[in-house]
Write a protein that binds this ligand. Structure first.
Ligand code: SAH
Ligand code: SF4
Ligand code: F3S
Length: 475
């Protein structure tokens, strides 16, 4: 990682410098990528602004996971047509997953877009923007020749933090791996993000240490399948022990152990795990390393073996159970969360009832539910999207009701207990209220002095709802 990120304020861009504004859609990795891109622009002499009107360069960091995410982006981009007519100097770019998926089609859909940069091109963005500007000054070029398309995925580059890519606060994201080697039939992510690439442990530790030096206390380690971290590394030679002396490639357990050693880092959170990569060493690391939240998002997606098979999730319900049981055997108080897709191709009433039953059985603490949305180019695109939208909507409502019931029950079971919780932040609505999470990932709010933000305290749980608990300080 670059050492130049320790820019002094004397090097900071002055008010004359062009300004970039990044609008982020999609998942946490996109939020992280937007921060990195802002840092790269700062290093290239740009300012960063939160105002569309002030920006000279407007970038949309896009998502393609469902059609809705794409449509929202297009409607924002569409709004800018007039702005571009008024300010022809404005550079408008699309970056990220949808940019990768649609490539040059973007220019047909919105002629005022200047630049399309795929998910493995972010590190080039300041240069690409400069090139758009140079082309505009070049006599004789047609408008379409002034545009740039950069969607190569072959480049073997690791995107990391460069420049002052830190926007304050005690929480930061850190992408430890990118891409996905699985091929769930409904999912566009392997197409848009490519194959798994993990960053070396020491690089990540350096970035984490730098963040902690800026005031970060909580790190969320990101990956599309974060527990496949290291699967792409070469096998180390004999005599190179990894977590607790085991032989093999470094894995997420080793990375967590290294992160645990960072002084000043208080909590480590993980998004998102896949059941296929749940191992005993990982469970033991979570048990042994006090900074790692004992909450794992471990999406089941469906509660029917036939549907899981058509989704090519790579597990049956029984295998999921065995992995969850392993986690609970090693870490008895661990909590799990899940994502669900309702109305996938061929999902019968009985299949759907299986999802309701599995959510009840596994007592997931946090659930995100999505209606199946066929994505062009995915393998499920060949199946028939045969569940009517009204049925998808109804199943969505029903599973939501089950999840709220289960979640409420899980939270209510904590009433009267005293639980250690990390106090993350002040409530935006009421400054006298602090928001925190128990070490098992349960959301809790309480009245407490501001000064306790960033500390771990015992909290007595008084009340509970479907999305968290309220309590008071124990001492
Ligand atoms: N890598 C993660 C999920 C990434 S996408 C995992 O393997 O679990 C985030 C969520 O979006 C998925 O968990 C899934 O529930 C949902 N999703 C993905 N593709 C979808 C589609 N085509 N239609 C509806 N929901 C989808
Ligand atoms: Fe998509 Fe499946 Fe990979 Fe998750 S594991 S990103 S759902 S292909
Ligand atoms: Fe969307 Fe890409 Fe994230 S498709 S969910 S932005 S990995």
């Amino acid at each position: 990682m670059s050492t130049t990120r320790h820019q002094s304020s004397a090097d900071a861009p002055d008010h004359e410098a062009p300004k970039v504004h990044v609008v982020t859609f999609g998942c946490q990795m996109n939020k992280y990528d937007s921060e990195l891109v802002e840092g790269r622009f700062q290093r290239a002499g740009y300012g960063v602004t939160d105002s569309m009107d002030e920006a000279d360069v407007l970038l949309f960091n896009t998502c393609s996971v469902r059609d809705h995410a794409e449509e929202r982006t297009w409607s924002w981009v569409g709004e800018l047509k007039r702005a571009k007519e008024k300010r022809p100097d404005l550079v408008i770019g699309l970056m990220g997953c949808m940019a990768q998926r649609v490539e040059a089609e973007a220019f047909q859909r919105a002629a005022h877009v200047d630049l399309v940069a795929g998910t493995r091109q972010f590190h080039h963005l300041p240069r690409l923007v400069e090139e758009v500007r140079v082309r505009r000054q070049t006599p004789g070029l047609l408008p379409k020749e002034m545009r740039l398309l950069a969607t190569d995925m072959e480049e073997d580059v690791i995107v990391d933090r460069e420049g002052e890519a830190y926007r304050g606060g005690n929480h930061a994201y850190l992408a430890v791996m990118r891409g996905c080697d699985l091929n769930c039939t409904y999912c566009i992510v392997p197409t848009t993000r490519g194959r798994v690439r993990s960053r070396p442990i020491e690089d990540l530790a350096q970035e984490a240490e730098w963040l902690v030096g800026q005031g970060v206390q909580v790190l969320t380690l990101l990956g599309q399948t974060v527990n496949s971290y290291g699967e792409d590394f070469d096998k180390p030679g004999p005599g190179q022990p990894t977590y607790r002396g085991r032989q093999g490639r470094p894995s997420l357990a080793d990375l967590l152990e290294r992160m645990q050693a960072i002084e000043g880092l208080e909590r480590i959170r993980l998004i998102t795990l896949h059941p296929a990569y749940v191992t005993r060493p990982l469970a033991e690391a979570i048990r042994d390393l006090s900074k790692v939240d004992r909450f794992l998002p471990l999406p089941a997606q469906a509660g029917s073996d036939e549907v899981l098979k058509r989704m090519k999730r790579g597990y049956t319900l029984d295998l999921y159970r065995r992995r969850a049981d392993l986690l609970r055997e090693v870490v008895p108080d661990i909590e799990l969360g899940s994502d669900w897709i309702v109305g996938f191709c061929g999902e019968s009433d009985a299949d759907f009832a299986g999802s309701e039953a599995f959510l009840e059985e596994q007592q997931f603490l946090v659930n995100y539910i999505f209606k199946y949305d066929p994505r062009p180019g995915t393998r499920a695109d060949d199946h028939v999207d045969d569940v009517a939208d009204v049925v998808k909507k109804e199943r969505n409502q029903r599973l939501l009701a089950v999840s709220e019931r289960v979640q409420r029950r899980r939270f209510e079971a904590q009433i009267g207990k005293t639980l250690p919780a990390f106090l993350d932040s002040l409530s935006e609505r009421d400054e006298r209220v602090l928001l925190g999470r128990t070490l098992t990932g349960m959301a809790v709010s309480l009245r407490a002095p501001k000064g306790l933000v960033g500390t771990t305290r015992d909290v007595i749980v008084d009340e509970a709802g479907a999305f968290g608990m309220a309590g008071r300080l124990a001492d």
